[in-house]
Design a protein around this ligand. Sequence first.
Ligand SMILES: CC(C)=CCC/C(C)=C/CC/C(C)=C/CC/C(C)=C/[C@@H]1[C@@H](COP(=O)(O)OP(=O)(O)O)[C@]1(C)CC/C=C(\C)CC/C=C(\C)CCC=C(C)C
Ligand SMILES: [Mn+2]
Length: 412
Amino acid sequence: MSVALLWVVSPCDVSNGTSFMESVREGNRFFDSSRHRNLVSNERINRGGGKQTNNGRKFSVRSAILATPSGERTMTSEQMVYDVVLRQAALVKRQLRSTNEFEVKPDIPIPGNLGLLSEAYARCGEVCAEYAKTFNLGTMLMTPERRRAIWAIYVWCRRTDELVDGPNASYITPAALDRWENRLEDVFNGRPFDMLDGASSDTVSNFPVDIQPFRGMIEGMRMDLRRSRYKNFDELYLYWYYVAGTVGLMSVAIMGIAPESKATTESVYNAALALGIANQLTNILRDVGEDARRGRVYLPQDELAQAGLSYEDIFAGRVTDKWRIFMKYQIHRARKFFDEAEKGVIELSSASRFPAWASLVLYRKILDEIEANDYNNFTKRAYVSKSKKLIALPIAYAKSLVPPTKTVSLQR
Ligand SMILES: CC(C)=CCC/C(C)=C/CC/C(C)=C/CC/C(C)=C/[C@@H]1[C@@H](COP(=O)(O)OP(=O)(O)O)[C@]1(C)CC/C=C(\C)CC/C=C(\C)CCC=C(C)C
Ligand SMILES: [Mn+2]
């Protein structure tokens, strides 16, 4: 069955005007493959030697505790996001305790429903195969239950992103995103609107996934509607969390932590968050030119200024020594996030380690390609060739065979 038979969210779908079955009949729109890529980077500052915060977190606060003159905000984005990580991890632990040992629940075999559900998952698989080929390859080694759940999550994320980046993006208003969020609530309440939502609904009832990261991603899309410039790392970090860190949190709940892992749940969640952010930062660094042509700059304005650069330089696409220095710093940042993510991948359940390693290794290679292009990310798209991927994938596979360390290696 072709992926052309995929339901993509349209303004109509989020207007509450179409029922599930109408949507089934009406559906079938293509994704727009010419999507843009967004955003930028940051780094955890003072790793190791940083301040201990209330959460026992070691990151220091260079992006500093932010307080508006009216004293509204007292936490950095990193701190706020880390609170979400702690809540997610606590939730998983609670669920594990209540179900004794977490197991994928079997489907409740309601005749008729089961076929529809299998079809829904199959469609999710087709979307992944079409839009995320390498990632899809990685999922092949996962257990069937986890694989189809990851497909469903992928599709929900893709549809959400498509609202603001797809062919109907110009019709999308904050109100439409509110309706999409209502639909999300229905997914979590077991009342899916369409077939693909049905797969998500089944997934969130079978795995310890919380609604918060999903709501977060919608919030990221709201931000995308509102703004195209960011003052500093702190503002960007929040945006990255919303659009990408959330993906890490959703994924780890499905991929599962190895039973023999000695790492704390929150440290693994934190690593998953880091992988999402590393991937997104890499996306941004690769797509600076493409984003600029759409009037968007996902780079911290204060750091550009410190490097002697302005928005004009970005829009003019000048690869100067100043630009190279700026880019080296951002690439270094992205690599730090990848390093942090690595510590968590090793703790995942054995069959889930390969897709996570593959995603990490291949995405990180894009940074090497930006360097190979002499930091010209204005007119050259950094791209990992098929042959390089073919070399990298067995490396990712070999890494995935390494079990979690016997000692506690990952603690905050
Ligand atoms: C412990 C540990 C390290 C566990 C691993 C956790 C894990 C597998 C994390 C995956 C992180 C990941 C793949 C994040 C994606 C981040 C990302 C690139 C987000 C993009 C946002 C918007 O950006 P933009 O508009 O600039 O980009 P486009 O041009 O539109 O592409 C996203 C597009 C948001 C939507 C995200 C997706 C569609 C991807 C969702 C992927 C999954 C749910 C599967 C992840 C699982 C694996 C195995 C990689
Ligand atoms: Mn997008």
